[in-house]
Design a protein around this ligand. Structure first.
Ligand SMILES: Cc1cc2nc3c(=O)[nH]c(=O)nc-3n(C[C@H](O)[C@H](O)[C@H](O)COP(=O)(O)OP(=O)(O)OC[C@H]3O[C@@H](n4cnc5c(N)ncnc54)[C@H](O)[C@@H]3O)c2cc1C
Length: 397
């Protein structure tokens, strides 16, 4: 009989294993892949952005915000950062994002695996958990017995790294409610001009759902032949995924001139000696200028003073509020996280199931997802720490 079995050797499972082992438990990780942490290695473009300076709860989406406030606390943030430091990981912070100083996700993964191994954590690779039975203890795949079980098998995004939605099947077989998993931090598809593919621009995107304002985000947008991408787009994709699943109309308006201190009309009218296209090319990619002028039926060589009011309004709208009707999101295979998952309402502040004693569910498996910027690994780490700490082993019982 094992004290603690953890399903999944990713970000949350590895951290949970370390804290549970430090508590005097005999811990085993069952990992489906031939090694732990495949997803961790590709995070932050291989650099692993694991935390953020601003851990405000508003950067998260969940079905239980009150509970999340008890998890993402200043105290826990400090504890997890101290823990990462204690592994020998030197951090650097760029625009609030935490990275290992080495710029390599392998530094973080190796430090976690080495620490787990040094504490005697057993890691069984190539072990796919297919089913769990609960009697007095847990029975995994009919052969491994455990007093405590932690489901840390991740979400559904980027399944080639191992997390293919197993968490939901296993948790629901034990009676847990699963909120519909949907892709998030994902590219959006929409009715867009194909010719704008390849353009990048600093913008503000504003999301409207059924004509109601939802959220604005500033950042670099990537315009593609199928739609829009970039961090600012990822950070609104949670709402889009949910809205589309409820058949809501999702529309994004792009402000291509967020640097303007005045309104566009005043800006254009002040530049009397330049044509419209010359003014616009002063801050926009020429391909985008052509698209905007075509759409507003304005000739390239026109001067602002010669435009009628309708043309001026059209131009203003397309530059500062270019509409994109969203038709969908890219699939889970291209999403960074899953929104939805095991309802957080059924998990207590120790990350323990309120339904089955000694069952813990952590990381992306839970209905908690964050913005870009280290929030998802941050939650995986903190929830792993809390679960591991709260399982008292013989030494600490
Ligand atoms: C391309 C990409 C970039 C990202 N970049 C960032 C970033 O920079 N910052 C950030 O905060 N977040 C980032 N994320 C999100 C982040 O990686 C995840 O939210 C985080 O890894 C979740 O941790 P986890 O432990 O819950 O799940 P995972 O890290 O996915 O680990 C789950 C583990 O469980 C194993 N497993 C699954 N099913 C079974 C089973 N049945 N039996 C045994 N083992 C199983 C899997 O093989 C896997 O190793 C990124 C995600 C992607 C895809």
């Amino acid at each position: 009989m094992k004290d603690v079995v953890i399903i999944g050797g990713g970000a949350s499972g590895l951290v949970a294993s370390i804290f549970a082992a430090m508590n005097g438990n005999k811990v085993t990780i069952l990992e489906k892949n031939n090694k732990c942490g495949k997803k961790l290695l590709i995070t932050g473009n291989g650099r692993c952005n694991y935390f953020n300076n601003d851990m405000d709860i508003n950067h998260y989406h969940t079905d239980n915000t009150e509970q999340l406030k008890k998890i993402i606390t200043e105290e826990n943030n400090k504890k997890i950062l101290n823990f990462i430091d204690s592994l020998g990981i030197v951090h650097k912070i760029k625009n609030g994002y935490y990275y290992p100083y080495s710029n390599q996700a392998t530094s973080v993964l190796n430090a976690l695996v080495n620490k787990a191994k040094s504490l005697g954590v057993e890691i069984i690779n190539d072990y796919n958990v297919l089913h769990i039975k609960k009697e007095n203890h847990f029975i995994i795949n009919d052969n491994i017995k455990a007093k405590n079980l932690i489901i840390a098998a991740g979400g559904k995004a980027y399944a080639k790294t191992g997390s293919d939605g197993s968490s939901y099947i296993l948790a629901s077989s034990l009676g847990h409610k699963i909120n519909k998993p949907l892709p998030s931090l994902v590219k959006l598809t929409g009715n867009v001009p194909k010719k704008w593919a390849g353009i990048r621009s600093d913008v503000i995107v504003s999301l409207y759902e059924n004509d109601k304002f939802i959220k604005s985000e500033a950042g670099e947008i990537q315009l593609t032949d199928y739609g829009i991408s970039g961090i600012c787009v990822f950070n609104i994709s949670h709402f889009v995924s949910k809205g589309l699943s409820e058949n809501k109309k999702e529309e994004v308006f792009i402000n291509f001139a967020p640097f303007l201190k005045t309104d566009l009309i005043t800006y254009l009218s002040a530049k009397k000696d330049l044509t419209i296209s010359q003014i616009l090319e002063g801050f926009l990619n020429y391909k985008l200028v052509n698209i905007i002028l075509e759409k507003s039926h304005i000739s390239k060589d026109s001067y602002f003073i010669n435009l009628n009011n309708e043309e001026k309004n059209k131009l203003n709208n397309l530059v500062t509020s270019f509409p994109v009707l969203i038709t969908g999101t890219k699939s889970f295979d291209e999403a960074q996280v899953t929104t939805g998952g095991v309802s957080f309402k059924e998990i207590d502040e120790n990350m323990q199931s309120k339904i089955i004693p000694n069952l813990y569910i952590i990381g992306e498996a839970v209905d908690v997802d964050g913005d870009c910027g280290g929030y998802n690994i941050g939650f995986a780490f903190i929830s792993g720490m809390i679960a591991g700490k709260s399982i008292k082993g013989d030494k600490n019982a």
